[in-house]
Design a protein around this ligand. Structure first.
Ligand SMILES: [Zn+2]
Length: 117
């Protein structure tokens, strides 16, 4: 694979980082992250999210001023590479103000995702 495609795949979260095939979304689920706007603290450890995320069915269930977290599970149909993306955003009216995007590439969130299947 060319270096250019490899680099570009970093910026396309639906592209496999191994073979640059388009990955399929296996699952997405919305959660509430109990952090208040203005006091956001970044965490990169999967255990923090497993402990704190609260499953919700829609954005309207998240109280005003609190963050939402969408978890997306991707799988590459070609090489079976897997990727989990956490998109942390503030729901503002009909918009989503993205605060941070976190990737887990080594299955760190797998047990958590499976629990909610
Ligand atoms: Zn792949």
């Amino acid at each position: 694979m060319s270096i250019l495609r490899k680099i570009r795949s970093i910026f396309h979260d639906d592209w496999c980082s191994e073979c640059t095939s388009v990955m399929e979304t296996r699952k997405k689920q919305l959660y509430m992250l109990p952090q208040l706007v203005g006091n956001y603290v970044s965490h990169s450890n999967a255990s923090y999210y497993k402990k704190n995320l609260i499953k919700v069915n829609k954005k309207a269930e998240i109280p005003t001023g609190y963050y939402a977290c969408g978890i997306y599970e991707y799988r590459c149909p070609k090489c079976n590479n897997k990727l989990v993306k956490l998109s942390i955003f503030l729901p503002v009216r009909d918009q989503e103000k993205v605060e941070e995007i976190i990737y887990f590439k080594n299955g760190e969130m797998n047990d958590f995702i499976r629990e909610y299947r």
